[in-house]
Every structure is written in structure tokens, then in C-alpha cells.
Design a protein around this ligand. Structure first.
Ligand SMILES: NC(=O)c1ccc[n+]([C@@H]2O[C@H](COP(=O)([O-])OP(=O)(O)OC[C@H]3O[C@@H](n4cnc5c(N)ncnc54)[C@H](O)[C@@H]3O)[C@@H](O)[C@H]2O)c1
Length: 278
């Protein structure tokens, strides 16, 4: 039996951890060769070794998502190593300007500082927002998505091949959540970028869709779990009463990557445990 992505080549930004890693694992299990591109080589190489040990074909390339040059190098590496690009997932992302995937202590410290600031000034998240934080989140999440789409779509167009590009937005694309505006604004931008790019690229055979997950069990939400107040709020607002698993996002990405979604483009799909039922 052949996999649903047999013979395809997938490039996954942010593939070292969490949602990106789950997509890399799932796509490989379905027959794709996978290039993982990420800022963090150590977990990236662990992911690559695990895929290769299971009989897949994965490689790693270092990527700073906000760099045009690095995105072009990533696309060139995919062509050099695998000859083409059929599928792209742009999962590289940060929740704030200081975010480093896996640094739970740092996340807890930032949450405590934000709570202290808003106790003094309830409008602090907006009025005292540091522009460096805003710029870094927009650079990585939004500009990074644009650069990855551009670099990889250029390869598909050069080779006159169809393709599927999947961006990772968030429920925050349509729900401002709480606190700093940087993240929700970046994700709303990813949503509109996806719709705009899908219109430009549809006549050329490239589909572009977005996934807007609810709260998912990854490094990004690990610090929130340790503070009862936030954990209970999130679970209480999620009708399914639990966070999602990274593989539950990879399943949606697999659908969008596969021929089952051959007439789907410009969509934002929310695997969110029912968040948007209200
Ligand atoms: N976890 C959630 O609840 C959730 C919900 C909605 C959307 N998302 C989005 O899903 C995507 C994946 O997040 P995750 O939850 O798997 O978190 P994660 O921290 O597990 O994974 C994010 C990955 O992106 C990489 N990355 C960060 N900055 C980068 C940069 N500048 N260049 C290249 N790589 C970079 C990290 O090293 C990490 O491997 C993000 O875009 C995030 O915003 C997550």
C-alpha cells in the first residue's frame, strides 16, 4: 500500500518541535521526503534521526524565518537534496519576541512580569508594549510566512509543478485573546496573506491554505499549563475540555497537502476543540 504523499517532497519550517515536527512525522509516514527547517538544530536533528530510523528520508537545514536569504537557502537546499518542492508547511512561530521553544522557565517569568505590569496599569499590554517585541513577532510569524511562501512557490513555478502550501495561523487570527496585540495581529496577517497568496497562485496550480489551531500541547503552551488560572481559563473556553495534540493538527495538514483537498484553496480551518462555537 502506498502513502497518501508517496513521492512528494515537503518543506516544513518550525519542524524541530511541536506542530511542525508532528507534520514532518506524519508526512514521512505517508511517503513524503521531508526537509525540516528551523532555528534550533538540536531538536531538528533528533526529529530527522527519528524519521530516518523509521525508514523515512528527512534532512535538516538551519533557518532564521525572518531572513529572506535563509528562506531562499532553504528552498535551494530542498531542490539540491530532493530535486523539487511539492508541499510546504510554515510552522515556525513565536508567541512573543523573547520566545525560545522549550524555555518554560523564561515563559513563566514573562507571564509573571506581564501580570505585575497589568496589576499596576490594566492597559499595560497595549500602552507599554515594547516595539522590539512587536517587530520580532511580526517579523517571524508574518514576514517569515511571506518569505517562506515566496521562496518555495518560486521553485514550484520554475518547475511548472502544482503544489500545496499550508500556513499555520491560530484561533488568534480571529480572536484577539488577551494581553499583547503582537501575536493575534501577526496571525490575522497570516490569514489574510494566505487568502491573498491563494488568489494569486490558484491559476498557476498552487493551493494555499491555513490552519488556525486552538490551544495545542506543545512547548508554546507549556508555561500556561503551570499556572492554574490560565490553564483553567483555556480548558473552560474549549468545549472539548482539553488541549489538542500536535498530531491532530498534522492530520488536518495531511488533508490539505493531499489530493483529497484538490479543490480547497484560500481556506482557514480551525482544529480548535470547538473554540469557535460561541
Ligand atoms: N501550540 C499552540 O497552542 C498553537 C496554537 C495556534 C497556533 N500555533 C502556531 O503553531 C506554530 C508552531 O508552534 P508550536 O506550538 O508547535 O510551538 P513550538 O515551540 O513547539 O514550535 C515552534 C518551532 O518554530 C521554531 N522557530 C521559532 N522561531 C523561529 C525562527 N525565527 N526561525 C525558524 N524557526 C523558528 C522553533 O524553534 C520551534 O521548533 C506556531 O506558528 C504557533 O504560533 C500554536
Amino acid at each position: 500500500m502506498t502513502g497518501r504523499l508517496q513521492g512528494k517532497v515537503a518543506v516544513i519550517t518550525g519542524g524541530s518541535n511541536g506542530i511542525g515536527r508532528a507534520c514532518a512525522d506524519r508526512f514521512s509516514a505517508e511517503g513524503a521526503r521531508v526537509l525540516i527547517a528551523d532555528l534550533l538544530p538540536e531538536p531538528g536533528n533528533i526529529a530527522v534521526d527519528a524519521i530516518n530510523a523509521a525508514g523515512g528520508d528527512a534532512r535538516f537545514v538551519e533557518l532564521e524565518a525572518a531572513s529572506e536569504e535563509a528562506n531562499e537557502a532553504m528552498a535551494a537546499a530542498a531542490v539540491e537534496q530532493f530535486g523539487t518542492i511539492d508541499i510546504v508547511v510554515t510552522a515556525a512561530g513565536i508567541s512573543n519576541g523573547d520566545y525560545t521553544s522549550g524555555d518554560v522557565e523564561g515563559g513563566l517569568k514573562r507571564m509573571a512580569q506581564a501580570a505585575e505590569r497589568s496589576a499596576v496599569n490594566p492597559a499595560a499590554a497595549l500602552l507599554e508594549l515594547e516595539l522590539d517585541d512587536w517587530r520580532r513577532v511580526i517579523d517571524v510569524n508574518l514576514t517569515g510566512t511571506l518569505l517562506a511562501i515566496r521562496a518555495t512557490a518560486a521553485v514550484m513555478l520554475d518547475q511548472a509543478k502544482p503544489g500545496s502550501i499550508i500556513t499555520i495561523a491560530s484561533i488568534a487570527a480571529r480572536d484577539p485573546l488577551w494581553g499583547s496585540p503582537s501575536y493575534p495581529v501577526s496571525k490575522a496577517g497570516v490569514w489574510m496573506l494566505t487568502k491573498n497568496a491563494s488568489r494569486t497562485l490558484a491559476p498557476l496550480g498552487i493551493r494555499v491554505n491555513s490552519i488556525g489551531p486552538g490551544f495545542i500541547d506543545t512547548n508554546m503552551t507549556a508555561a500556561l499549563d503551570q499556572v492554574d488560572q490560565y490553564h483553567d481559563l483555556i480548558i473552560g473556553l474549549t468545549p472539548m475540555g482539553r488541549k489538542g495534540k500536535p498530531d491532530e493538527i498534522a492530520g488536518v495538514a495531511l488533508f490539505l497537502a493531499s489530493d483529497d483537498a484538490s479543490y480547497v484553496t484560500g481556506e482557514l480551518i480551525h482544529p480548535d476543540g470547538g473554540w469557535f462555537t460561541g
